[in-house]
Ligand binder design. Structure first.
Ligand code: HEC
Ligand code: HEC
Length: 551
């Protein structure tokens, strides 16, 4: 395809050699159980507890390489310090009507930018070229090992099914966690792209070293560094007869499930017995019981054991694990599973809709004022509200709040370099007033075969010029076009067609797989898109630029 003429001279285009450019039932425990020590989570017979597999699962849970574009880990949406919730407090989802600003809007967690089966960025009907958002708030993974079925609608578990929907032998019961793990990596919203296959995920992961994108790696995980996942799976799970199946969907699910079974928040103040929590918290607990909260957020053991020894798992989680409609405005109209109240005070957003942010305000307004169906009706006196708050604080395990073992974790790449923080310049508008967006969150790590840059919010059906330069020229404007990259140091200067669509709907993707060569480390590159658009100054709408330093 011929390059559209830009109003400046590019003396020559040179390509660097390193660039590979291609376009329940309740069990009431006996009195006198052990304080501060919970029952062991039930496990499927096919996956008995094993520290080596659990450690491998910890690495996988915190590894952004598990996602299609290497931008999302499980932990991106499930941070311990925030009670297993999205650390950024979520993002707006338009709800089932698809309209932002209507009553059914809710808060979920940001996932990946929409990509098609060729891993190209495409325009999403709800989110355009921004990150998609999950249609529900993330519940916690911490303590989830005690639920027999998972997700707000309990669709995960009790068995683990293979890709053909057949229950895997040894995983008929107690395998909700294994079953759950098979979801997010292939979700085109959370970690994957349209049409992504587990076989592709497993074979990609196989050749990679764990946590290559992470920093501040805890000591236990450091012992895994320097090996590939294939070597680690071989050590943890043993050899397989089928070639290439050392790393597989089921093994990944087993490892991550094992890790989640180590996430037991059993050292909150209340685990030392209810008589050891503050008097205010004890009054809060009494209120919690007397107003009937416990009919769903169960504490059955207390009835027979007023000294405060939680024996059964439902009591420990303060959840019956069952689905209820609670008939509150701002809360899902669809009945959902009672969430655990463990570490609830750490959560940035509450309820399946994420619509409440402040725990005490949520209690005040939602459970007590708006809740005639539950029979609470009427405002909660301030002292009662404070007491309930103190009770909830007594459910916080300080190791969770402070991310100490076993809730410790590495720092994610996306935390060191927040989304789009490597961009500069503001671009210029095209047809419809849309400024082309630069998609620049793929990590510039050597060996990243998925390294790519994207263009969004552009004139559908038009074409774009994509430039990669060794230098930047911030603030430079030529012929009305903001050109932030240094044109004298261009490495790539090429033209790409945009996807079809209207104004603001065109996208393009440039794949720049990086070889696994240490000589590239430290090389800076700067990239920018220019979209042919008759409505723009100089005939081109510019995106912001992005700067990378290969690591
Ligand atoms: C983009 C954000 C995101 C990512 C990434 C993500 N999750 Fe979640 N997680 C969610 C949301 C949202 C839900 C609730 C979904 C639902 O109920 O339909 C959820 C639910 C869960 C639950 C259920 C808890 C319960 O009590 O029902 C567990 C456990 C969990 N995720 C673990 C994981 C694991 C393991 C991974 C990685 C393989 C992962 N998550 C990746 C957002 C995310
Ligand atoms: C009929 C069962 C039921 C009763 C009774 C009940 N809850 Fe809930 N609770 C739920 C369900 C179900 C949800 C999740 C609703 C949603 O998110 O859409 C929930 C959510 C919550 C949450 C938010 C937790 C989170 O992580 O998002 C808190 C806090 C809470 N309840 C406290 C209480 C208190 C306090 C009472 C008593 C005043 C109470 N609940 C009574 C079933 C119940």
């Amino acid at each position: 395809m011929a390059l559209p003429k830009l109003p400046f001279a590019v003396s020559f285009v040179f390509f660097l050699g390193w660039i590979t450019a291609t376009s329940s039932a309740q069990i009431i425990g006996p009195p006198g159980g052990i304080i501060g020590k919970w029952p062991t989570p039930a496990t499927p017979v096919g996956n008995p507890p094993d520290p080596q597999k659990a450690l491998l699962g910890k690495a996988l849970f915190w590894d952004e390489q598990l996602s299609g574009d290497r931008s999302m880990a499980c932990g991106s949406c499930h941070a311990p310090a925030f009670g297993g919730n999205d650390a950024n407090g979520g993002a707006l989802h338009p709800g089932t009507d698809g309209l932002f600003g209507s009553v059914d809007d809710l808060f979920g967690s940001p996932g990946v930018i929409r990509q098609n089966s060729l891993k190209e960025y495409i325009h999403d009907v709800n989110f355009g070229s921004k990150r998609q958002v999950t249609p529900l708030n993330a519940p916690t993974q911490i303590g989830a090992a005690f639920f027999s079925q998972l997700f707000w609608d309990r669709r995960a578990g009790p068995d683990l099914k293979d890709e053909f929907g057949v229950t895997v032998p040894g995983f008929a019961v107690n395998a909700a966690l294994e079953d759950l793990v098979t979801g997010p990596p292939t979700s085109p919203v959370e970690m994957g792209h349209d049409g992504i296959l587990w076989s592709a995920i497993a074979s990609k992961i196989s050749g990679l070293e764990p946590l290559a994108l992470a920093t501040n790696i805890p000591p236990d995980l450091q012992t895994l560094l320097g090996s590939t996942y294939q070597q680690l799976f071989l050590q943890a799970f043993g050899p397989v007869i089928v070639p290439g199946a050392t790393v597989s969907r089921e093994r990944i699910a087993r490892a991550i499930a094992q890790y989640m079974r180590t996430q037991i928040p059993d050292q909150a103040p209340i685990d030392s017995g209810v008589l050891s929590i503050s008097l205010s918290a004890q009054r809060g607990l009494n209120l919690f019981r007397s107003t009937g909260c416990v009919s769903c957020h169960s504490v059955n053991g207390l009835a027979v054991n007023p000294g405060g020894k939680f024996i059964d798992s439902n009591d420990n989680l303060f959840s019956d694990g069952a689905i209820h409609g609670i008939g509150l405005s701002h809360v899902s109209a669809v009945p959902v599973k009672t969430p655990t109240l463990r570490n609830v005070a750490l959560r940035k957003r509450l309820f399946s809709t994420g619509q409440a942010q402040d725990l005490k305000a949520a209690l005040q307004q939602q459970y007590f004022v708006q809740n005639p169906p539950l029979g609470f009706g009427g405002p909660l006196p301030p002292q009662d509200n404070a007491d309930l708050g103190a009770f909830f604080d007594s459910l916080t395990d300080p190791r969770v709040a402070n991310e100490l073992p076993p809730f410790d974790r590495p720092t994610l790449r996306a935390e060191s370099v927040p989304f789009q923080s490597n961009q500069f310049g503001s671009g210029s508008a095209g047809t419809g007033g849309f400024i082309p967006t630069m998609i620049s969150n793929a990590p510039e790590k050597i060996g990243n075969a998925d390294f790519k840059m994207g263009l969004g919010s552009s004139l559908g059906g038009s074409s774009a010029i994509f430039g990669v330069s060794r230098g930047a020229n911030p603030g430079q404007v030529l012929n009305g076009i903001p050109i932030e990259i240094d044109l004298t140091q261009l490495a790539i200067f090429t033209s790409l067609p945009l996807t079809a669509g209207g104004a603001g709907e065109g996208t393009a993707t440039f794949f720049l797989g990086l070889p696994n060569s240490v000589t590239l480390i430290g090389i800076p590159i700067f990239t920018q898109w220019f979209v042919a658009d008759p409505a723009s100054a100089g005939g081109f709408a510019a995106s912001p630029a992005a700067g990378y330093t290969i690591f």
